[in-house]
Design a protein around this ligand. Structure first.
Ligand SMILES: Nc1ncnc2c1ncn2[C@@H]1O[C@H](COP(=O)(O)OP(=O)(O)O)[C@@H](O)[C@H]1O
Ligand SMILES: [Mg+2]
Length: 240
């Protein structure tokens, strides 16, 4: 499981947290599901994924982040995601694991350099997750999915659409407005929008600087509730 610093408490986001907490509760009871968080850069998608990880102490957290310069590297995303399940994968019969093991570089099962069959990889990912979830609930966190390599995102979406009667929760964060269409038909979606006025003001206050009321008002107006802007703009004003 990844060791990340405890994030500071979220301001607001009651509706989003309730939806995530509800998914986690259903997952703990054995019937998870998937939720796509969509929104502009800095709006708080990663913060919500961190919140989910912190709210699922009994779950095994599997996490991967799309990286723009790796998006042409087939299966790079799956490599991170299934890493914690390596032992489970290698213990499965080869006919249920060989393509996935080869895809993430755990074996030469696909032959010398042959590309693993993408459909097999997807079905074997689904079987691996279902097997692992019999022992412990799983929480899959996919961040910056717009940059995930296509074979990995296809496999994750294939599994996410089908694992509804297992203890598997899938949260996928996607940046809005990127070229390259990362669409997720069939999955529930939560649009992450700007923080409402009072929450935005509370976050700006947390950013710490003493701001003149007129400056504060202007920042609130310009940030449109974007948390990254609220946290960064005061500092940039002082530095400039
Ligand atoms: N509701 C919130 N309360 C407090 N801080 C937040 C909140 N949402 C986001 N942040 C902070 O704002 C910054 C940008 O959020 P992040 O989750 O990285 O955005 P995104 O992943 O959508 O680009 C981060 O420093 C994050 O910790
Ligand atoms: Mg992010």
């Amino acid at each position: 499981m990844s060791r990340r610093p405890t994030p500071p408490a979220l301001v607001g986001r009651e509706r989003e947290r309730a939806e995530i907490d509800d998914l986690l509760a259903r997952t703990a009871e054995g019937a998870g599901g998937a939720l796509v968080l969509r929104g502009q850069p800095g709006i708080g998608k990663t913060a919500l994924l961190d919140h989910a990880a912190a709210r699922a102490p009994g779950a095994l957290v599997l996490r991967t982040t799309g990286v723009e310069h790796e998006s042409a590297l087939a299966f790079a995303g799956l490599y991170d995601l299934v890493g914690p399940l390596t032992d489970t994968l290698l213990a499965m019969p080869p006919e249920r694991s060989a393509a996935l093991a080869a895809a993430v570089g755990l074996s030469e099962a696909a032959g010398d350099g042959a590309v693993p069959d993408r459909f097999r990889v997807a079905t074997q990912l689904m079987m691996l997750l279902a097997a692992a979830a019999e022992r412990q609930p799983l929480l899959l966190l996919v961040d910056d999915a717009q940059w995930l390599d296509r074979p990995s995102s296809d496999a994750v979406l294939f599994a996410a659409r089908r694992l509804r009667a297992e203890a598997v929760a899938v949260l996928i964060a996607v940046r809005d407005g990127e070229p390259g269409d990362f669409t997720t038909p069939g999955l529930a979606e939560l649009l992450v929008e700007g923080l409402p006025g009072p929450d935005a003001a509370a976050l700006l206050a947390r950013a710490g600087q003493d701001l003149a009321p007129t400056v504060r008002a202007r920042l609130l107006d310009e940030a449109h509730g974007n948390p990254l802007a609220l946290l960064e703009l005061p500092g940039s004003l002082i530095r400039n």
